[in-house]
Design a protein around this ligand. Structure first.
Ligand code: DAT
Ligand code: MG
Length: 153
């Protein structure tokens, strides 16, 4: 597989409450991204301090953390060609009002505080986030009969 990357996705409590888990996962499956890790995760205060460290001084930080702890989140590791950028493209802009139609955030959400999904945005962040939420033995390597059609030879 050329330029294969792994990236981390979290389906947030609004996705779970609104029964949108399947709607979201199917978009990644249809793209051809391979699900190589998947589990429910109960986020803690410490994990969120680390994960959203770039927002620690923002006025919405406390409500963001509270929101993310309302229910477990679904953690997913996706693998594919340029997976980090490709997944961000499918997810759409942070603010659903600015997201392009056809993206998950534009199609299913309206408010930045409940934008359904997290996705790693750089190679460095993807590496750190995969490590933060998944152990090595929770990330799988396997062949699919469609691999050559999706990824080329
Ligand atoms: P992204 O989730 O697109 O990577 P980010 O890392 O800048 O965006 O922000 C993380 C989350 O913080 C975002 O998904 C929702 C929340 N957030 C960001 N800006 C916000 C704002 N202005 N008001 C409320 N929540 C915000
Ligand atoms: Mg981010």
């Amino acid at each position: 597989m050329p330029d294969t990357q792994k990236t981390l996705v979290l389906l947030k409590p609004d996705a779970l409450q609104r029964d949108l888990l399947g709607e979201i996962v199917i978009r990644f499956e249809r793209k051809g991204l391979k699900i190589v890790g998947m589990k429910l995760i109960r986020l803690t205060d410490d994990l969120l301090d680390e994960h959203y460290a770039h927002h620690v001084d923002k006025p919405f930080f406390a409500s963001l953390k509270k929101f993310m702890m309302q229910t477990p989140v679904v953690g997913i590791v996706l693998e594919g060609i340029n997976a980090i950028d490709e997944v961000r493209k499918i997810v759409g802009s942070t603010n659903p009002q600015e997201a392009d139609a056809g993206t998950i955030r534009a199609d299913f959400s309206m408010h930045v505080g409940s934008n359904l999904i997290h996705a790693s945005d750089t190679v460095e962040n993807a590496q750190a986030e995969l490590k933060r939420f998944f152990s090595d033995d929770e990330i799988f390597q396997y062949d699919k009969i469609t691999d050559s059609y999706v990824f080329g030879d």
